[in-house]
Design a protein around this ligand. Structure first.
Ligand code: HEM
Length: 463
């Protein structure tokens, strides 16, 4: 039943169909429990534009590919990314690229592009190869293996060398710990630094990182090292504009956060589905092995940058994981002026959101939306091309993920080393339960059995 707000005079959104949910918490608990159920219900009841009350804010949701295009392309500068993300990120990751708008955002993004051009990417790929090979060796002989914490640690350790140019050791550990504290705090419910709270640890973590970056900055300016931090210290746009010290600190902190949880989340979804779908795992393994054979690569060789494109089916499978569980399930904005969409007028200064998570499961676009079918991204099926904004795990428009190619690269290097040396499976009948908001992760850490190719699995040994 539609529950329209009765206090129409005081509520500027009262004319928008929707539900405010429970007193104080609104629809938050239901969304945390099962966001798909909530959006299916609200979409079914009110259509693609509706009002709800999530995370203590009234929000207008705009659903579907047309809504994604309208908001993310934002041709008329109707939507502020900064105002949308600030409540979640401003205290711990202030002034990151996503927390900037319009001309200021454009100027900062131009400078950052330097760290994502081909020469930089080629240097990252060799660090990734080394870090991932080393990390995978540590996974061998672990009895009670859980994929999620393991990939989190591996990603953190590779980030120390790719992002910061630091060798593994106590200093990298301390930086990683401070970084993890601030990431955990960014999704904490209590958002005030009271003693013993996650949020306070996050604030302390941020202080540590700021001091670390500030102390390192003079050594990095003018250096020709190729890690992301040093590149940002020396990056300029075509007119020679570069970043101030404070800009670099804010951008670095934000970049590490933007890369970390998204990669650990998406790789967990991918590995889970490949453990369940052994035929796809074998298909991707063959693709990796044939790349190795063609290039004459041995087990300790790097996957070269120039051969990344040959792992086409690995890319389909990753895209499918990002479709099923997009790491950013919902993208917030705030209206800068009154806008109209789908016949609904939305006032200025309203929090709105678009939802990759919802669009990625729409039956109008995807066949068997809940099932893992990587070939839906093949040229033959091309389901993602039904609408330019049907598949949007990396967003779109001016704020589209700047690390998209980095993410593909890290995934491919990881899959290549994993699949050419190891097999993995889950126990018969196992179904992972993913927490979806604020970022998807397997609640039980994703127990998998991983073993060198050809070694028997523990179950076979018992039999
Ligand atoms: C699977 C991995 C990833 C996913 C799914 C992902 C997703 C996203 C999404 C949806 C946005 C746009 C948010 C918005 O419009 O409000 C975004 C922006 C961003 N991402 Fe990623 N991301 C990933 C990996 C990375 C990596 C590896 C990096 C850095 C190396 C990175 C850095 C950024 C930055 C800096 C922005 C802000 C861009 C801007 O505002 O102009 N991301 N990402």
């Amino acid at each position: 039943m539609a529950l329209f707000n009765s206090s129409a005079k005081s509520d500027p959104l009262a004319h928008i169909p929707g539900e405010n949910g429970l007193p104080i918490v609104g629809n938050t608990l239901a969304v945390l429990k099962d966001p798909k159920k909530v959006s299916d219900h609200l979409y079914g009841t009110y259509g693609p534009v509706y009002r709800s009350n999530v995370f203590f804010r009234q929000t207008v949701s705009l659903l579907g590919p047309e809504a994604n295009e309208f908001v993310l392309m934002d041709r008329d500068r109707n939507f502020s990314s900064k105002q949308g993300w600030d409540p979640m990120l401003d205290q711990l990751f202030p002034n990151g690229l996503m927390l900037r708008d319009f001309d200021n955002h454009k100027a900062h993004r131009r400078i950052m592009q330097v760290a994502f051009k081909q020469p930089a990417m080629k240097s990252y790929v060799s660090h990734l190869n080394i870090g991932i090979r080393h990390g995978l060796k540590l996974w061998e002989d672990q009895g009670d293996f859980h994929f999620y914490p393991a990939i989190k640690e591996l990603t953190l350790n590779t980030a120390a060398s790719v992002f910061l140019g630091m060798p593994l050791g106590p200093e990298a550990d301390r930086v990683n710990e401070a970084f993890m504290d601030s990431v955990l705090a960014s999704v904490a419910v209590i958002r005030f630094p009271l003693p013993f709270t996650k949020f306070r640890r996050g604030v302390k973590g941020r202080e540590y990182l700021v001091n670390f970056f500030r102390e390192q900055l003079p050594k990095r300016r003018g250096s020709d090292a190729q890690d992301m931090f040093t590149l940002l210290c020396n990056a300029t746009d075509d007119e020679g504009n570069g970043y101030s010290d404070d800009d670099i600190i804010d951008h670095m902190d934000f970049l590490m956060m933007a890369a970390h949880d998204t990669l650990t989340s998406s790789l967990s979804t991918l590995i889970y589905h490949l453990a369940l779908n052994q035929e796809w795992q074998d298909t991707l393994r063959k693709e990796c092995q044939s790349t190795a054979n063609e290039l004459g690569l041995g087990p300790d060789d790097d996957l070269p940058y120039d051969s990344l494109d040959s792992l086409e089916m690995c890319q389909w499978a990753f895209k499918e994981a990002l479709r099923l569980n997009p790491p950013v399930p919902s993208i917030p904005r705030q209206t800068t002026k009154e806008v109209k969409f789908g016949g609904v007028t939305i006032p200025a200064n309203t929090t709105i959101s678009v939802s990759p998570g919802f669009t990625h499961k729409m039956e109008e676009i995807w066949t068997n939306p809940e099932s893992f079918e990587p070939d839906r991204f093949s040229d033959q099926r091309a389901e993602d091309r039904k609408h330019k904004y049907a598949w949007v795990p990396f967003g779109g428009g001016a704020h589209m993920c700047i690390g998209l190619h980095f993410a593909y690269m890290q995934m491919k290097v990881f899959m290549y080393h994993l699949l050419t040396k190891y097999e993995f499976s889950v126990e018969d009948g196992y179904q992972a339960d993913f927490q979806i908001m604020p970022i998807p992760k397997p609640k039980d850490g994703l127990p998998i059995n991983i073993r060198p190719i050809g070694a028997s699995s523990p179950l076979e040994e018992v039999a």
